[in-house]
Write a protein that binds this ligand. Structure first.
Ligand code: GUN
Length: 282
């Protein structure tokens, strides 16, 4: 029987630990504040932003919401980010993506001070991750490392295969697994013999964005399966990149969708906010 990795439970444990840390920091006079900027009214972004605000409330972190109209110019957004960079009352800055098409996302991300880059998307944060310096790490892959560690899954020396090479998940995931001494392969849409490559994995991380694409034919007996996907099936139920019902028979441990990786992302954002405030105190 496969171990079901409960992301909801583990994310709650992390948020409860952070809540205690936030309380003791407050007792010593350190307030923690996250600025969340949303441009336009993309409904999915609104759900994500509301969940981030809720997690702030739960952990005792102050959140400042900036809801800007779709018509906001790039220069206006840059000016707001620069103002928040200079504001000592703000520890973390998050610009919800995607931005409207008239804005250059890379340029906006580069405007955020690396000291307040709680999403870990700034090139300085990415560089620090790859050279092993302390810095902010993208929340979803950081959450996956926590899921593995807190489920007692050994990474060191293991064959880790990441399917997907995005800047937000696949690439930072590879860097983190390497930092934990895994043997890392990054596979993607152009990979030849994907089944054979995936079957090498002791730990298979799936972030390809294709509904229920990975089934038992891609899985070695006893592998650990981490599913980063989020889709709706024909009955409008949430499902992942992995065909769970089929994969569960071969896996030794697996994350469900929903309730696996998803809840970890916001828990790690809260963790990054606490880390930001700590570092800014130093
Ligand atoms: N849009 C989808 N995921 C994310 C994320 O992790 N951070 C931000 N800023 N925007 C997103």
């Amino acid at each position: 029987m496969a171990q079901i990795i409960d992301g909801k439970l583990i994310s709650k444990q992390i948020k409860d630990e952070l809540k205690e840390q936030v309380q003791s920091m407050k007792a010593e006079g350190t307030n923690i504040c996250l600025a969340v900027i949303q441009v336009g009214e993309d409904p999915a972004s609104t759900v994500y932003v509301n969940n981030k605000k809720k997690a702030c409330t739960y952990t005792g972190i102050e959140s400042r919401a900036y809801e800007l109209p779709e018509s906001t110019s790039e220069a206006e957004l840059i000016s707001l980010v620069e103002q928040l960079n200079a504001d000592d009352g703000v520890n973390g800055i998050l610009v919800q993506l995607p931005l409207p098409s008239h804005m250059n996302e890379d340029k906006i991300i580069r405007t955020i001070s690396p000291d307040k880059d709680v999403d870990g998307f700034h090139p300085v944060s990415v560089g620090r991750l790859w050279i092993g310096e302390e810095g902010f790490v993208s929340c979803t892959p950081a959450g996956i490392i926590q899921l593995l560690k807190r489920s007692g899954i050994e990474i060191s020396g293991k064959e880790c295969v990441v399917i997907g090479r995005s800047n937000i998940v696949g690439k930072p995931m590879a860097a983190l697994l390497l930092r934990e001494n895994g043997t890392v392969t990054v596979a993607h849409s152009r990979t030849e013999n994907l089944k054979e490559v995936a079957k090498r994995a002791d730990i298979l991380i799936v972030a390809i964005g294709k509904k229920e694409f990975i089934n038992s034919e891609y899985i070695k007996d006893g592998a650990v399966i981490i599913d980063v996907g989020m889709h709706r099936d024909e009955n409008n139920k949430l499902c992942g990149d992995v065909d769970y019902a089929d994969a569960v028979s071969k896996a030794s441990a697996i994350t469900p969708v929903p309730g696996g990786v998803g809840p970890m992302t916001i828990a790690m954002l809260m963790n990054n906010c606490v880390a930001a405030a700590r570092r800014q105190e130093e």
